[in-house]
Design a protein around this ligand. Structure first.
Ligand code: NAD
Ligand code: UDP
Ligand code: UDP
Length: 336
């Protein structure tokens, strides 16, 4: 005896092959520097709906002005240390101050943002089955004893120093990501971001590229912190955003370094800014802060091989783009 299969129930429009539901994406920290550029890129795709959750500590609504009121965009004033209930498919978790001046301003809050904030976003990812990407940092390598830094290097971090709220906070955030992945099967992605620069950085944010450009435009001395031989490797923000999206869309959990391997001493950076923006400006040596990493350069072999990503914009090409934005915001026009 054979049982006759009932005819298939007509599928609702939502599941028909002609209808692809929109991808709903949460960006925490989306009113900040990298976050707002990421939102711009995500909004280019008409199939994306973007929700930003931000407490405006270091970010601003101005960075998202062009999207406010757009039917595929939503902006929520929200602190990630509090639970958040939304229904989304992907979470880009960026919320956290990134400039040393700001993350040291209220270090306990920085730890809470990294630990409780990431825990909440993982709880959310678990409840709704979303994939989550954490923007970790090259600071997890501390003052590195291996150079350049591959992802396999465990780092050299002072657990009780003034930078630890950020470095150790991000290290715990990475641990939480992997524990939720192993214990609850959450789909995770971890990007270890190296120093990034570009338009929309806070003018008085305190980071080195924004400081030097603002100083050059205001005819103030460029403040190189002692000894000036310490190095950083600077990635332009559009390259960074492309790398983050490739990581989210790819098959690899990471951690994967996303950064530009072009390495410069702070004296070289000051000289380049002077040459390109204001040849008359003075370069002044000032005192440094504790635990400043002496060298930093990403090994991006993994990003190249696993994501097919590498940065395209050289420092000398990126600085003028940032200069243009800073001139507009500071109201300093170019002398011809
Ligand atoms: P940013 O300070 O411009 O942006 C951070 C955003 O997070 C801001 O809009 C801020 O208001 C928001 N935020 C902070 N605490 C929050 C909280 N508790 N709840 C909700 N929102 C909160 O910094 P950025 O340069 O755009 O950095 C973005 C992410 O990338 C951060 O996670 C940072 O750690 C990471 N990162 C950046 C760099 C870099 O060079 N820019 C390097 C390594 C890692
Ligand atoms: N959480 C959240 N949004 C959600 C689901 C969870 O913010 O949609 C928070 C929740 O408040 C908790 C954290 O995420 O503090 C971790 O959630 P999980 O379910 O993993 O742990 P539990 O609630 O069982 O401690
Ligand atoms: N720095 C500097 N002058 C400044 C600000 C920073 O020489 O006005 C140096 C700082 O000592 C560090 C490097 O620039 O060695 C990068 O500092 P930043 O705060 O931009 O980022 P970090 O990589 O330390 O998080």
């Amino acid at each position: 005896q054979t049982t006759k299969k009932p005819p298939p129930t007509p599928s609702p429009l939502r599941f028909s092959k002609f209808f692809q539901p929109n991808m709903r994406i949460l960006v925490t920290g989306g009113a900040g520097f990298i976050g707002s550029h990421l939102v711009d890129k995500l909004m280019e795709n008409e199939k994306n709906e973007v929700i930003v959750a931000d407490n405006y500590f270091t970010g601003s609504k101005d960075n998202l002005q062009k999207w406010i009121g757009h039917p595929r965009f939503e902006l929520i004033r929200h602190d990630v240390t509090e639970p958040l209930l939304v229904e989304v498919d992907q979470i880009y978790h960026l919320a956290c101050p990134a400039s040393p001046i700001f993350y040291k301003y209220n270090p306990v809050k920085t730890i809470k943002t990294n630990v409780i904030g990431t825990l909440n976003m993982l709880g959310l990812a678990k409840r709704v089955g979303a994939r989550i990407l954490l923007t970790s940092t090259s600071e997890v390598y501390g003052d590195p004893l291996v150079h350049p830094q591959p992802e396999s290097y465990w780092g050299n971090v002072n657990p009780i120093g003034v930078r630890s709220c950020y470095d150790e906070g991000k290290r715990v955030a990475e641990t939480l990501m992997f524990d939720y992945h192993r214990q609850h099967g959450i789909e995770i992605r971890i990007a270890r971001i190296f120093n990034t620069y570009g338009p929309r950085m806070n003018i008085d944010d305190g980071r080195v590229v924004s400081n030097f450009i603002a100083q050059a435009l205001r005819d103030e001395p460029l403040t190189v912190q002692h000894p000036g031989t310490q190095t950083r490797s600077f990635c332009y923000v559009s390259d960074m955003v492309n790398g983050l999206i490739k990581l989210m869309e790819g098959e690899h959990t990471g951690p994967i370094n996303i950064g530009n391997p072009g390495e410069f001493t702070m004296i070289e950076l000051a000289e380049t800014v002077k040459e390109l923006i204001n040849p008359k400006v003075e370069i002044k040596m000032v005192e440094n802060t504790p635990d400043d990493p002496r060298q930093r350069k990403p090994d991006i072999t993994k990003a190249k091989e696993l994501l097919g990503w590498e940065p395209k914009i050289k420092l000398r090409d990126g600085l003028p783009l940032m200069e243009e934005d800073f001139r507009l915001r500071l109201g300093v026009s170019k002398k011809i």
